[in-house]
Design a binder for this molecule. Structure first.
Ligand SMILES: Cc1cc2nc3c(=O)[nH]c(=O)nc-3n(C[C@H](O)[C@H](O)[C@H](O)COP(=O)(O)OP(=O)(O)OC[C@H]3O[C@@H](n4cnc5c(N)ncnc54)[C@H](O)[C@@H]3O)c2cc1C
Length: 388
């Protein structure tokens, strides 16, 4: 909003410390600073160093319908579209609408010759059949790492937010249970009127959170390949959700394949619940899981076979998961001015913008207009002050 002198109206003079530089912390920092708050974001490693840099970046309007996340997802899908027209300029983060297919791939059955229905030409491997499950109106994508970094740059350059690299130790709570400061593990102290904890799968490492609810990590793998052929538009804008059978009678694997506008193809899958290491740089992929994803790639498309494609990345990261499968967003019971935003599981890139925009409103104005956050309140886990 502009004042009569044409300057941006400062709607808040609050000093807010956001802990965690993943997509959730960064979106919250972006919208808080847009509302005029003085924002310091503290990240232990680098912006988007974890899942927010290694995710697929797939977005869907209505895939969370009929559940508590429905309105958050719908609002966020639309915010992604408007953010892309504001921010996805020359230093592009690759927002684009997509057609999305579910595809059955069967390694052991010869592919029938003849028309292949909805399957695009580059899906020329062992895919047996495909069905459209999303259109360019209902599904889209971003490059998650570039998106997260772009938003943080905007928050810093345009709205004056600050990034501090350091590990958050504890949140100091003063008299009457109100937050006062964040203390880093090297002893630095950053004073705060409000604090937002957006620590992803590391949330449970803070007693302040783990005493109230559990966030556990699900490790998942991904590879990024780039076909060597520079034929223009070789790989079309089709996201593929696979049911992938390696041998008859086996349970199928369910990897996803997301071509990017740069010509790169991202493939992810192979997940398991595991302890999250303290340092995000220590999250390494298992060679067998990477081998399986490469086998998937070459059975989907000859353009992704060894020799026809360059390997750009082999990586792993952790999804932040909660016991009821829903995100936790809101003020912590018993700690005034201390907010949490985590547990977005496999939809954090989609739901980052609406989470950040609504939480920023809650911190600054005490209420939200963009989406009702009450279904995500941390209070749902708490019975008379103790973890349920
Ligand atoms: C393989 C894979 C594919 C995915 N694909 C998609 C997709 O297509 N679409 C989608 O919507 N979602 C997808 N997701 C999910 C999405 O990536 C996550 O939900 C989202 O990135 C979580 O963001 P976050 O900010 O909560 O956590 P993170 O990205 O993990 O960020 C948390 C940050 O907090 C920092 N931190 C932790 N502890 C401290 C501390 N003590 N001090 C300072 N900093 C700290 C960490 O270093 C990290 O940078 C995918 C996830 C995976 C694993």
């Amino acid at each position: 909003m502009l004042t009569s002198s044409g300057e941006r109206e400062t709607t808040s003079s609050k000093k807010v410390v956001v802990c965690g530089g993943g997509v959730i912390g960064v979106c919250t920092a972006y919208y808080l600073s847009k509302l005029g708050a003085t924002v310091t974001l503290i990240e232990q490693s680098s912006i988007a160093c974890a899942a927010s840099g290694k995710a697929g970046g797939f977005l869907a309007l209505d895939w969370c319908d009929n559940g508590p996340v429905s309105s958050l997802a719908r609002a966020s899908f639309n915010l992604h579209r408007s953010l892309s027209s504001d921010l996805d300029g020359p230093s592009s983060y690759g927002y684009r609408p997509l057609t999305t297919l579910s595809v059955i791939v069967n390694e052991f059955t010869p592919v029938k010759p003849g028309p292949r229905g909805v399957l695009p030409d580059w899906v020329d491997g062992s895919a047996q059949e495909g069905k459209q499950i999303g259109s360019d109106q209902s599904t889209a994508q971003v490059h998650p790492g570039l998106f997260t970094k772009r938003l943080m740059t905007e928050a810093v350059d345009k709205y004056g937010a600050e990034v501090v690299i350091g590990k958050v130790g504890v949140v100091e709570v003063g008299e009457e249970g109100r937050v006062k400061a964040v203390v880093l593990s090297d002893g630095r102290v950053v004073e705060a009127d409000s604090v937002v904890l957006a620590l992803g799968p590391w949330s449970s490492k803070m007693v302040m959170l783990s005493s109230l609810f559990r966030v556990y990590g699900m490790k998942a793998h991904s590879i990024v390949l780039e076909p060597i052929s520079k034929e223009p538009a070789l790989i079309s804008a089709h996201a593929l959700f696979l049911s992938y059978f390696q041998s008859p009678g086996d349970r199928p694997l369910d990897p996803d394949v997301y071509p990017r506008p740069t010509g790169e193809v991202y493939i992810c899958g192979m997940s398991s619940t595991e302890e999250v290491p303290d340092n995000p740089e220590e999250v390494l992929p298992y060679p067998d899981s990477i081998k399986t994803l490469k086998r998937v790639a070459e059975n989907v498309s000859s353009h992704l076979k060894e020799g026809n494609a360059q390997v750009i990345a082999e990586q792993a990261c952790f999804l932040p998961c909660t016991d009821d499968g829903n995100p936790v967003i809101g003020e912590l019971p018993g700690s005034k001015g201390c907010f949490v935003a985590t547990g977005h599981s496999c939809w954090g890139i989609l739901n980052g913008p609406a989470t950040g925009a609504a939480l920023a409103e809650l911190v600054v104005h005490g209420q939200t207009s963009i989406v009702d956050l009450s279904p995500f309140s941390p209070s749902r886990f708490v019975v008379t002050g103790k973890r349920r």
